[in-house]
Structure formats: structure tokens, C-alpha cells
Design a protein around this ligand. Structure first.
Ligand SMILES: Cc1cc2nc3c(=O)[nH]c(=O)nc-3n(C[C@H](O)[C@H](O)[C@H](O)COP(=O)(O)OP(=O)(O)OC[C@H]3O[C@@H](n4cnc5c(N)ncnc54)[C@H](O)[C@@H]3O)c2cc1C
Length: 436
């Protein structure tokens, strides 16, 4: 069997490696438009800030691991322009045609580009090739970030922590609205002390002047920066499939089932270019996240090799470090829970990460959403300088396994003063729900 994988990122390399591991007779070819495969895209903000000294550190495995050890043919610097699904061939930009028996499309996503794309000192962050170029040019000190989503906030905090004078342009009237403002309160106060924040500010025009950028925004202000980074969302890399027979959803994602099979029986898809589904609602959803991509890729590769796996959905669990804060969210918000037929209630807790007498603790703000009819926990959001990440992941595990608040209350979390309070905020939240 000839397996061709388009895209050498998390999903593509997982699919290729798993298929080969399960059945070494499968001939696997990966076609990757960039110069690197299997690298940590999530490490790019830390490479741009200098915490990660060189790009080699972001590469999980050298090319030789795939080519020599795993016997996978990896073609880098080759872009697929079209797929001929009838003839079962991929057509590369340079005209070469490569035939397949089974195809995996794992082309990921790209930043949403705007009219400023291509201007000097104007950047969009995604690939390692792109990040290397950005770092070569990022010598100025005054940096604007447009977009206060997870990536924008992470980049702003990272660059500010490493000496840059950063200004955040947010189109919203409050910063970082993806997380509830009660949860982010302390984090945002701290952020505003270190990053200039412009709310209700959409970048409308950029002019180059004496090597720097004059940036005009919707508030009428004009600011002078050395660089601007747009982090204003992403879009799936499926443009080359438009007009083909392959089923895409309204936002251009490739529709897949829980085995990563597309509408064409010879084609699978995985990662940021494909639909995932919500573990709680069962509805298709987009989860452009690293672990999801790796798992979808593994499911695709395994099924192709004949060892059947079923993808079980995700919760969109997101963790981000914003300065010293560990911020995260998972599962449903109260609004989304209502839309999906639940009878949700929120519990908001201001707690502490450690026993009050033990040094080094931090306030912790936690929001939990649960269904009042069944007690099932549906969602959580958290922010703390200490231990936020492990609480978020504990709650994610509870939500993923369908736990109710009473079971969460009795859940036997380990306790010792340097790591939590006897009544950890998680347990306090669960106990409050039992008073209803
Ligand atoms: C800066 C940054 C930070 C992130 N941080 C986090 C984080 O902290 N946590 C988290 O969970 N997720 C994070 N993510 C998201 C995560 O990296 C992605 O969800 C994940 O990499 C998706 O894997 P993928 O294989 O679907 O896509 P990608 O890793 O993007 O791989 C797709 C590959 O396909 C190639 N390709 C595209 N079109 C073609 C074509 N026509 N022909 C040939 N090759 C093609 C691309 O060059 C690319 O290498 C981050 C992403 C970025 C950009």
C-alpha cells in the first residue's frame, strides 16, 4: 500500500509514524512545504523571546529519525497544489505527480492574513521557517501585537518579559474575553502594568516611515512601532481542496468521522485542517491544539494500518502562561451549556494555591460550570500564579470522564501545604454545588 501524507506537522508525522509502526510494509511518503517536520510549534513564542536559544531545540526528531530509522520518505520544500481524487494522485507545485492508495491530509492552519501581509516588519506567526525569519528581523524594541486571543496574550507577555516595549491592540472592550473577567482579574491588572493596552482598537492603516511603522487604529490614534505582529486568528489550510469533491464544512474544515475518514474512502484527515468534536455535546467543533492534532494523526495512521482506533473528542482545553500566571479553560461555558440543553450553574471561587501559612502561594480564581439536573461538571476556567495548570488538568480529567460534582467532592486529591490547601479550591467548588 502506498500512503501519502500531506503535511509534516504534529498530525501528519503522527499518522505517518503510527501507520508504519503498525504495518512496516506500508510505503509512506510525507510531503511538507516547509523545511522542517515534527517540531514544536508551541515553542515558537519562547524562541521569539529568546528563552529558547536556537530553533534546533524545537525540533522533536531530526529528519534522519524518520528517513533512516522509521523508513518514511520525507520530501521537504515541496508543496501540494491539487489532489486528483479520481486518479488518486497529488500534484505538486513543481508539476510532479505522486500516486497514492491512501491519502492523509494534515495541512494544518495558517494565520488569517490581512492587507498588511508582506509589509516590512509586519509579521504573522505560525511555522518554524517563518519564526526563524521573524527572529532575524526582530531587533527593534517597540512591538505592537494585534489580537488578544491566547497567542496574542502569550506573545505580548513573552516579549515584554524579555525587554521589549509591547503594545497590545485589542478590538474588544475588555481584554482577553475568551476567559471570564472574574477569573482573569488579577492577571489583567498585572498585564496592564507591563504591556500598553489599547482597547476597542482595530489596526486600520500601517505606513512605513524612516524604517519604522506608523500604525493608525480605529480609535484615531497613530503610534510608532518597530514591528507589528498580527495574532488575529487562524484559518484551515484547505484552499487547495475548494471545488473538489471532498466535503468541507462552512469554515473550510475537512469533515471527518471518529476514525478520521473523510467523505472519500481513500482519504483521511487529521489536525488543525479537520473537524474534531466536542466530548460533551458530541457536536463537530474545531480544536486547533497540539495534543488533539497528535491524537487525531495517530488514530488516522492506526486505522490506515488496520488497527482500529476511535477518536473520542476533546474539550478545547487550553493552557497559557501570561507573565507568571497559569491561565486555562476547558469544556463548556454557561452560555454554551444552555445552548446545548443543559441546566447550568456557575460557581466562582477565590482561593489560594497553598496553605496560607506556607510561603510562595498565590491567589487562585476558579470558575466551574455544572449541570444542576445531574450534577455533571461541564467546564472550568482558572488563573493563578501557582498551581493553576494542574488544577485545570484535574478538572479536565473530571469533565472528560463525565464526573459529577459530588464525586469530585469525594475525589481523593493528594494534599500537602506547599502544594494546596486542605480544602483545595476545586473541592470547595464541588462542595458549594452540593448546598443547592
Ligand atoms: C505560535 C504557536 C503556539 C502554539 N501554542 C500551542 C500551545 O501552547 N498548546 C497547544 O495545544 N497548541 C498550540 N499551538 C497549536 C498547535 O501548534 C497546532 O494545533 C498543531 O501544530 C497542529 O498540528 P497540525 O499537524 O494539524 O498542523 P501543523 O503543525 O501546522 O502542520 C501542518 C503542516 O502542513 C504543511 N502544509 C500545509 N499546506 C501544505 C501543502 N499544500 N503541501 C505540503 N505541505 C503543506 C505546513 O507547512 C505544516 O508544516 C500553537 C501554534 C502556534 C502557531
Amino acid at each position: 500500500m502506498k500512503l501519502v501524507v500531506i503535511g509534516g506537522g504534529a498530525a501528519g508525522m503522527s499518522a505517518a509514524s503510527k501507520a508504519k509502526r503498525e504495518n512496516s510494509k506500508i510505503e509512506v511518503t510525507v510531503i511538507e512545504s516547509g523545511n522542517f517536520v515534527s517540531y514544536a510549534q508551541c515553542g515558537i513564542p519562547y524562541y521569539l523571546s529568546g528563552v529558547v536559544e536556537n530553533h534546533e531545540k524545537l525540533i522533536h526528531y531530526p529528519l534522519s529519525e524518520f528517513v533512516e530509522k522509521r523508513n518514511i520518505d520525507v520530501k521537504t520544500g515541496k508543496s501540494v497544489e491539487k489532489v486528483d481524487f479520481r486518479e488518486k494522485k497529488v500534484i505538486l507545485k513543481d508539476g510532479e505527480k505522486i500516486s497514492y492508495d491512501i491519502l492523509v491530509i494534515a495541512t494544518g492552519a495558517s494565520p488569517k492574513k490581512n492587507k498588511f501581509n508582506g509589509m516590512k516588519n509586519t509579521f504573522f506567526v505560525r511555522s518554524l521557517d517563518g519564526a526563524i525569519e521573524i527572529r532575524k528581523q526582530l531587533h527593534g524594541n517597540r512591538i505592537a501585537i494585534a489580537g488578544d486571543g491566547v497567542l496574542g496574550m502569550e506573545l505580548a507577555a513573552e516579549l515584554s518579559s524579555h525587554g521589549k516595549n509591547v503594545t497590545m491592540h485589542s478590538k474588544h472592550d475588555s481584554l482577553f474575553p475568551v476567559v471570564d473577567s472574574r477569573v482573569t482579574e488579577g492577571m489583567i491588572d498585572s498585564f496592564k502594568k507591563r504591556v500598553n493596552v489599547k482597547l476597542n482598537s482595530t489596526v486600520e492603516n500601517i505606513a512605513e516611515k524612516d524604517g519604522s511603522l506608523m500604525v493608525s487604529d480605529s480609535t484615531g490614534s497613530v503610534q510608532n512601532y518597530d514591528h507589528i505582529i498580527f495574532a488575529t486568528g487562524i484559518t484551515p489550510n484547505t484552499g487547495f481542496l475548494k471545488g473538489s469533491e471532498l466535503e468541507l464544512d462552512a469554515s473550510g474544515l475537512i469533515a471527518v468521522d471518529d476514525g478520521m475518514r473523510t467523505s472519500n474512502e481513500n482519504v483521511y484527515s487529521a489536525g488543525d485542517c479537520a473537524t474534531s468534536f466536542n466530548r460533551i455535546t458530541g457536536k463537530p467543533e474545531w480544536h486547533p491544539l497540539a495534543q488533539v492534532a497528535n491524537k487525531m494523526g495517530r488514530v488516522a495512521g492506526s486505522n490506515i494500518a488496520g488497527k482500529i482506533m476511535h477518536y473520542k473528542g476533546a474539550l478545547g482545553s487550553t493552557l497559557v502562561k501570561i507573565f507568571e500566571y497559569e491561565v486555562g479553560f476547558t469544556g463548556l461555558t454557561v452560555e454554551k451549556a444552555k445552548k446545548n440543553g443543559f441546566n447550568p450553574k456557575e460557581i466562582f471561587i477565590k482561593g489560594s494555591s497553598r496553605a496560607n501559612y506556607y510561603p510562595g502561594g498565590s491567589p487562585m480564581r476558579l470558575l466551574m460550570v455544572y449541570d444542576q439536573d445531574t450534577g455533571r461538571i461541564l467546564g472550568a476556567q482558572i488563573s493563578s500564579k501557582d498551581g493553576g495548570a494542574w488544577r485545570l488538568n484535574t478538572l479536565e480529567t473530571a469533565i472528560y470522564s463525565g464526573m459529577d460534582m459530588e464525586t469530585l467532592f469525594y475525589n481523593d486529591l493528594g494534599y500537602t501545604p506547599p502544594f494546596s490547601q486542605v480544602w483545595d479550591p476545586i473541592i470547595t467548588g464541588a462542595s458549594l454545588s452540593m448546598r443547592d
